[in-house]
Design a protein around this ligand. Structure first.
Ligand code: GDD
Length: 344
């Protein structure tokens, strides 16, 4: 079979790096688009046999030139302003990058459609469900409650629009939270595992967090990026939820993660005065910072991935316990074996 060419936007992020590794294992020629950054941002893809290009989803001309040059078979649009809390501070930028960014790619594909069929994957998000009651599936009406969720929902509908109006092979992967040792440190799971490594090594005393009772359906990025690839191998484009079907609170994640290094937590106080105490030493290891609460919040996400299971034969391989253990172990400084590995 001829070697396929893929373009990944957002290649420098967790998902981009994991997907690049999966595609290389499948013998793809992998191109990555990254925005200009004044500080080094390629650590996650260091050593991979890929071609990097400067480009940005806010620059339509750059995208069109890139597509004309590399003529990819598949495009994975993983570029985005991915932090939900930050989107409240930068709603306009969020809309431009997450909402209009995919349209710039779809327009370039539309212009090239006669020359070449390119398949397109859009990183849609469970954040689009917002306040909709769990469990959420492809049939659940969306009710976003953040600028991030609203921007992703606009892009979701536009992907469907281009699919129906112009016959483009464009699919939405509605992915629930997915993590790994490559997760950015500003997201709660990695923030916790990184802090645990530092607390264990005596480099800090505690970690400050926001809402401990929010529940998320946390899966492993490797499973989810494999699912994204599977979506583009289908003859017909479609939209799929990827999720584990189980949800845990931030508090549950903390308990499991600290248990990996042998620490049990006792909770004392309530609300903003709540503290997590190390049962063995009596020291405070968790406190609450009101600045980390969001103006509006999703309380519970649980995905129903039956459609992906049925049509893509997709099923998550990693359990919640596997995920938490892998992340904590990777962030341990005391006995750190391989911090940047995503797992298998
Ligand atoms: N980031 C962060 N930092 N979150 C905290 C903290 C904290 O200190 N304390 C509590 N939380 C809570 C948040 O309020 C939220 O309810 C939950 O932890 C998860 O937050 P994040 O890890 O930031 O992820 P997210 O659910 O908002 O968004 C992620 O998942 C989406 C899919 O549902 C991101 O990866 C999005 O890009 C993605 O679309």
């Amino acid at each position: 079979m001829a070697q396929k060419t893929a373009l990944i936007t957002g290649i420098t992020g967790q998902d981009g790096a994991v997907l690049a590794q999966i595609l290389l294992e499948k013998n793809y020629h992998v191109h990555g688009m990254r925005p200009y950054s004044a500080v080094p941002d390629t650590a996650r893809v260091e050593g991979l046999d890929i071609t990097l290009h400067y480009g940005d989803v806010t620059d339509g001309g750059a995208i069109l030139r890139l597509l004309e040059t590399i003529k990819p078979d598949e495009i994975y649009n993983l570029a985005g302003m991915s932090h939900v809390h930050v989107s409240f501070d930068m709603p306009e930028l969020t809309a431009n990058v997450n909402g209009l960014g995919p349209i710039r790619i779809l327009e370039a594909m539309r212009l090239m459609h006669a020359q070449k069929e390119i398949r397109f994957y859009q990183a849609s998000s469970s954040e689009m469900f917002g306040r909709a009651p769990a469990p959420q599936s492809e049939q659940t009406p969306f009710e976003p409650c953040s600028p991030y969720g609203a921007s992703k929902l606009y892009a979701y509908w536009m992907v469907r629009q281009y699919r129906e109006a112009y016959g483009l092979h464009a699919s939405n992967g509605i992915l629930f939270n997915h993590e790994s040792a490559l997760r950015g440190e500003e997201f709660v799971t990695r923030k916790i595992t990184k802090a645990i490594g530092q607390i264990e090594a005596g480099l800090r005393n505690r970690v400050s967090l926001g809402n401990l009772d929010a529940k998320r359906d946390w899966g492993h990025a490797h499973d989810y990026m494999h699912g994204a690839w599977a979506m583009l191998q289908q003859k017909t484009p479609d939209d799929y939820v990827l999720a584990t079907g189980q949800s845990y609170s931030v508090r549950d994640f903390l308990a499991k993660a600290f248990a990996v290094i042998g620490v049990n937590i006792i909770w004392k106080g309530a609300g903003l005065n709540e503290l997590g105490i190390n049962k063995q030493t009596g020291q405070t290891i968790i406190d609450i910072d009101p600045a980390l609460f969001r103006p509006t919040e999703i309380h519970n996400l649980i995905g129903d991935a039956s459609k992906a299971k049925h049509l893509l034969n997709w099923t998550p391989r990693h359990s919640f316990d596997d995920l938490v253990t892998e992340m904590v172990q990777a962030d341990r400084i005391v006995q750190n074996a391989a911090p940047m590995k995503y797992g298998t």
